[in-house]
Ligand binder design. Structure first.
Ligand code: GLN
Length: 486
């Protein structure tokens, strides 16, 4: 079997038994990226030399009996994570020239475990988008149909895993950016509980919603990586000091008796009927594995999208004020006074969607509108979180569709922000309440992948991973590979 087709877990076994070296594996994947990425545009930066050096070190460590848990295993980082000495663009012209002086905690922990970074993945600008079309570096194409979007904002991470450039990629999720691209590319995407993984060194979009996670092809691989990434970090004051379970060891436990809540409001007229059918079949498959499904009612869940589009822009308008053309990032040429420097640097450095969010955010936070919009949105956010908490008194996980449709054509929604925002209608609630959530490949509609969405109670990523693993033992959707990328 070709190395690129193997999962992280299979590769770990191959490296352990000496079937190949990490240097060989790394070179094979770099060659694959070089051969195929022109079609996809999934990568912003490929770090070939650094990757081969890290692989050589991993091989030496392994030979010396010092192999970490991810020793010599390849991965790609979303270009939102700071990487020391390597450009960290966040998909923006603003940071096109930014070389980070330090590593994000996620990057540091994965590297310390021996992982080899192949490069940095394309993404929507500052993670604002659902199609990867807001990237300064151009859209990413979906390996399942090159005329379609892989979703966003972690479109590069998802496309690179789907196209077998890498068995795993890091990603981030503020309203759905790990899960929606995972659904649209037939990959697994997990967003842990808010506070589970450190946000230190992850460029901030909306700090109370942002969370780092991973995209892989199997639950087993996701568990392996999450175990390394998760855990307290004193450099992020919102990172919680909670013990991290052994996700990988937990995977084998049965889902017999697990109670699944199916949200009534998530099977409404907005959902493509065929996608809905795939999701219902997946829930039935989980039932046949011993779980029971009951309908749950979430009366406030329909307010998720409008609530999010007040809270997220408000936080982004504050976070992005740091990009002023003075300390780092893009600086306009030949400016007059300081105000002119700020205005032109920001005017040139940010794209349209980012500006739309900053303007919306500034508006909802302004003195005259704060109570009407921002305060109201924070109140509704609590109601939505309470809907989940009430449901979790009865059920262990909540299941439904990840996305209302399968992958859509590039260009189809760019001129219609509201339609674009509705992509995340089923995913945003988990961010507003800080709950862990995941998308799992669950079938196809017209040759395009569909995702099953699972939400768990705070800190119960294990329940999601266990469900996904059990489902993947019984189904083979996740093993299907897009034509031309086998
Ligand atoms: N698509 C949503 C947005 O545009 C979510 C993005 C994300 O999760 N980073 O804000």
């Amino acid at each position: 079997m070709d190395l690129h087709a193997k999962t992280l877990t299979e590769l770990a076994a191959g490296l352990d038994s000496g079937d190949y070296l990490s240097v060989e594996l790394t070179q094979a994947l770099l060659d694959r990226i070089a051969a195929h990425d022109e079609k996809l545009n999934a990568m912003i930066t490929v770090t070939g030399d650094e990757a081969l050096a890290a692989a050589a070190k991993a091989d030496a460590d392994r030979a010396a009996g010092n192999a970490g848990t991810l020793c010599g295993l390849p991965l790609i980082h979303k270009d939102i994570f700071c990487t020391r000495g390597v450009r960290t663009s966040c998909g923006s012209k603003m940071l096109d020239n930014f070389v980070s002086p330090y590593d994000a905690t996620v990057v540091e922990r994965l590297a310390a475990a021996g992982a080899v970074m192949l490069g940095k993945a394309n993404m929507d600008e500052f993670a604002m988008g659902s199609s990867n079309e807001t990237s300064y570096y151009g859209p990413v194409r979906n390996p399942w149909d090159l005329d379609r979007s892989p979703g966003g904002s972690s479109g590069g991470s998802a496309a690179s895993v789907a196209a077998r450039f890498t068995p795993a990629a890091t990603a981030t999720d503020t309203g759905g950016s790990i899960r929606q691209p995972a659904a649209l590319t037939n990959t697994i995407g997990i967003k842990p509980t808010y506070g589970r993984v450190s946000r230190y060194g992850m460029v901030a979009f909306a700090s109370s919603l942002d969370q780092a996670g991973v995209i892989t092809r199997t639950a087993e691989d996701a568990a392996r990586l999450l175990g390394v990434m998760a855990g307290f970090d004193e450099r992020d004051s919102t990172c919680l000091d909670e013990p991290v379970p052994d996700y990988a060891a937990d995977l084998g436990n049965s889902i017999k008796g697990l109670k699944i809540g199916v949200v009534r409001q998530h099977f409404d007229e907005g959902l493509d009927a065929d996608c809905g059918a795939r999701v219902r079949e997946a829930i039935a498959a989980l039932e046949s594995l011993g779980a029971t499904a009951v309908e749950v009612d979430m009366p406030n869940i329909d307010l998720s999208v409008p609530t999010y589009y007040v809270v997220a822009p408000a936080e982004c308008s504050s976070n992005l004020s740091r990009f002023d053309g003075v300390r780092f990032g893009h600086r306009a040429k030949d400016t007059g006074d300081l105000f002119d420097l700020y205005c032109r640097s920001r005017g040139e450095g940010f794209g349209d969607e980012v500006k739309r969010r900053i303007m919306t955010g500034t508006y909802v936070l302004s003195a005259g509108y704060y109570d009407a919009y921002y305060l109201k949105a924070q109140q509704v956010r609590h109601l939505i979180a309470d809907d989940f908490k009430r449901a979790f008194e009865d059920v262990d996980v909540i299941a439904g569709p990840t996305s209302p449709t399968a992958a859509f054509k590039l260009g189809a929604k760019v001129d219609d922000p509201i339609t674009m925002y509705l992509n995340d209608i089923y995913t945003i609630g988990a961010n507003l309440g800080g709950f862990p959530a995941m998308s799992i490949p669950c079938g196809f509609v017209g040759g395009l992948p569909v995702g099953l969405h699972l939400v768990g109670h705070h800190f119960d990523e294990s329940a999601l991973l266990r469900c996904a693993h059990a489902y993947q033992q019984e189904t083979d959707w996740h093993t299907r590979c897009p034509e031309g990328f086998a």
